[in-house]
Design a protein. Structure first.
Length: 188
């Protein structure tokens, strides 16, 4: 049984602004970088054929463990679990729209990510860019807090290793999957 998540009141959380940090990504070929996945595979996004969706998020918390100080006031930081649950809940619909590969992406370690993948019953893997290799190679949007460099929230639609579309900024996070579905439906 899937864990349900109550979304916070998004009106009380600062929304991220479009700072242009993802503007350069559309049309870029992905570099050949292998990332560890929560299902034990190593994934090179550049080598995947077909339609791939990768949603990036800063970090997932753990039940009973406090987030970093001021987390909720960092624009776009809050909402990683509701975003992941939305992609989980819309997984079949995304597949029906031709999505061959769906991944979450964060800079957390694979061991940390495995806990959330299991707890949320995700039917797809989460990729770890813990060494910031992909983030550096593509100059992905990041921010730093509490000694961590984290990805800002964005979603890439990739066709045969080339970035076709970018959702950035993503807010509220729990609507990201529905926005991707709407875009894919309109693009058919």
């Amino acid at each position: 049984m899937a864990t349900s998540v109550d979304a916070p009141d998004w009106s009380t959380i600062p929304a991220p602004a479009d700072d242009g940090a993802a503007r350069h990504l559309v049309g870029r070929d992905l570099p050949s970088i292998t990332l560890a996945a929560t299902d034990g595979r190593r994934v090179d996004l550049a080598a995947l054929r077909g339609l791939t969706v990768v949603y990036a998020y800063p970090r997932t918390g753990r039940p009973g463990v406090d987030n970093p100080d001021g987390w909720d006031m960092i624009p776009g930081a809050r909402g990683c679990t509701p975003q992941s649950c939305a992609f989980r809940d819309h997984f079949a619909e995304l597949r029906a729209l031709g999505v061959d590969h769906l991944f979450g992406l964060s800079t957390q370690t694979p061991a940390y990510q495995q806990e959330v993948a299991a707890r949320l019953h995700l039917p797809f893997a989460i990729l770890s860019d813990e060494r910031l290799e992909l983030a550096t190679a593509l100059t992905l949007p990041t921010f730093a807090t509490s000694g961590m460099t984290l990805l800002k929230r964005f979603t890439l639609v990739i066709r045969d290793g080339r970035i076709d579309h970018v959702f950035y900024p993503v807010f509220p996070p729990d609507r990201n999957a529905a926005d991707v579905i709407a875009w894919l439906s309109a693009s058919r």
